[in-house]
Design a protein around this ligand. Structure first.
Ligand code: DER
Length: 221
């Protein structure tokens, strides 16, 4: 499958940017897992010394499988780089993330990193961001947040489980809303406006870290 091969290529290239002794943010999703697999191989074959800060329970479990030692932001409040995937990336390296409902910790880890390495296949590249925005919401605040999102011009939809009835519960114990706004004309402005709503813990627009972002498109040098 050419998409899988592109994801693998991007992941390997990102993992090969890691230098001995680095502390690395580990994102969530199928593409970054290829980077983690490669890191595990490098630990075994080269004796690479690296520590990872995981952005989800799933990533923490994968890191254990691959033999990547883990640490925390308390131990390492600043990271050398973070490797993560994305759902949409525009020409200015602004992104929408959160398909995996891990975007709250992902943004914390990306913020803590000196460099943000995003690994994608070409299908994620868009001229303009227009995907529904994943938003992590305090369950207590669900009703009022829905109202505020509508006032912002959004169409909020609760993210329900597939193999679980009722709402998806994030690793942080919160709900996730997918909110469509159509074409997002001002990603940074919308990112801030959504986060200003009381009860919103975070959202999947990543528009404020483009300076330190490197995008690796699998299959393209
Ligand atoms: O949920 C997330 O933020 C993931 O990083 C997602 O955006 C990318 O997942 P993928 O690499 O499996 O497409």
């Amino acid at each position: 499958d050419p998409v899988v091969e592109a994801k693998r290529d991007a992941g390997i290239r990102a993992a090969d940017m890691v230098k001995d002794g680095m502390v690395v943010g580990l994102g969530t999703g199928s593409t970054v897992f290829f980077a983690m697999e490669r890191l595990g191989e490098r630990i075994k074959s080269e004796g690479l010394h690296v520590l990872g800060v995981p952005t989800s329970n799933q990533t923490a479990m994968r890191a254990e499988e691959y033999g990547i030692p883990l640490t925390t932001l308390t131990q390492h409040p600043q990271l050398d780089l973070a490797i993560d995937g994305a759902d949409q990336v525009d020409p200015k390296k602004r992104m929408i993330k959160g398909r995996g409902a891990a975007h709250l910790r992902e943004k914390v880890v990306a913020d803590a990193a000196n460099q943000f390495v995003v690994v994608i296949d070409a299908g994620k590249e868009v001229a303009g961001l227009d995907a529904a925005v994943p938003i992590e919401v305090l369950p207590f605040a669900y009703g009022s947040v829905v109202r505020r999102l509508r006032e912002l011009g959004g169409e909020p939809v609760m993210r329900n489980g597939v193999k679980k009835d009722g709402p998806v519960i994030s690793d942080n114990g919160n709900y996730v809303i997918d909110c469509a706004f159509g074409a997002v004309a001002d990603p940074a402005g919308l990112e801030t406006a959504i986060n200003a709503i009381p009860g919103v813990l975070g959202n999947g627009i990543f528009a404020r870290m483009t300076e330190k972002t490197v995008v690796i498109v699998g299959g393209r040098k």
